[in-house]
Ligand binder design. Structure first.
Ligand SMILES: CC(C)(COP(=O)(O)OP(=O)(O)OC[C@H]1O[C@@H](n2cnc3c(N)ncnc32)[C@H](O)[C@@H]1OP(=O)(O)O)[C@@H](O)C(=O)NCCC(=O)NCCS
Length: 220
């Protein structure tokens, strides 16, 4: 991949269906048979937490090959103080364009804009393989947990400091946006999926990998 071979630009309304189809191609059968991410993107754009200023696509060979989106979220400390942060995702690249640097380029480009907007932290769930090279660390390293009471530290909860020193050691509880809640409605996802070309749902090993990552926690 050469810098002159692609551009990164804001998503616009004419891109919507192409980006949803890209997400469908990238996520299909990855974490479960079929996927919900195209529906997620579709509903996200109208949610109050969606950040249009961070909605970007990568274009190469005359088509959209990558997409990234962000939403607002919060951290709350044990005294009830709140910190505004952003959560990244979905991030996706067309299968035939993966592992060529488009995901990296989209993240680095939008991290700079997010920092200019005044955010100092990005948090998302994900496979650490995709993110540690971008400077993400385990949530445990920054004392950011999930849940109530003591909380816990999911292995897939990853934290990226946009500004060094964003964390001072105190314990934070992650409060994600509720933007993805409609994705639990499998009928709504299936109905939306009918707008796209037929595609076969099936099993692949990445689904077991996803199960392991999403059910693991860091305990020491
Ligand atoms: C994950 C995804 C967005 C990454 O985008 P990409 O353009 O393929 O990735 P890049 O070529 O920019 O590489 C990004 C980083 O991934 C890691 N990576 C690349 N190839 C890898 C491989 N085969 N195995 C493990 N890690 C790998 C590297 O750390 C790389 O960073 P580096 O170049 O600094 O070493 C893309 O592969 C994708 O859409 N996958 C399907 C959907 C998905 O999983 N989305 C993320 C949800 S957690």
């Amino acid at each position: 991949m050469n810098n002159n071979d692609y551009i990164i630009r804001r998503e616009n309304e004419n891109d919507y269906r192409e980006v949803e189809n890209l997400a469908r191609e990238a996520f299909w059968n990855l974490s479960k048979p079929g996927c919900f991410e195209h529906y997620f993107i579709h509903i996200m754009r109208d949610h109050k937490d969606f950040i249009p200023e961070l909605d970007y696509v990568a274009v190469a060979d005359g088509k959209i090959v990558g997409s990234v989106m962000y939403c607002k979220a919060k951290l709350v400390d044990e005294q009830g103080n709140e910190k505004d942060i952003i959560t990244m995702g979905p991030l996706c690249v067309l299968p035939e364009y993966q592992r060529k640097g488009y995901g990296k380029a989209l993240l680095e480009y939008t991290f700079r804009i997010a920092e200019e907007m005044g955010y100092d932290t990005v948090i998302n769930f994900g496979n650490p393989d995709n993110y540690v090279a971008r400077g993400y660390k385990s949530c445990k390293k920054y004392n950011v947990c999930l849940g109530d009471g003591e909380g816990f530290y999911p292995a897939a909860l990853l934290v990226k400091e946009l500004k060094e020193g964003a964390f001072d050691g105190r314990k934070w509880f992650y409060h994600p946006s509720d933007v993805d809640h409609p994705c639990d409605d499998e009928n709504a996802v299936d109905e939306f999926d009918k707008l796209f070309p037929p595609k076969e749902k099936g099993w692949q090993p990445s689904q077991e990998e996803f199960y392991i990552h999403s059910h693991s926690a860091i305990t020491w």
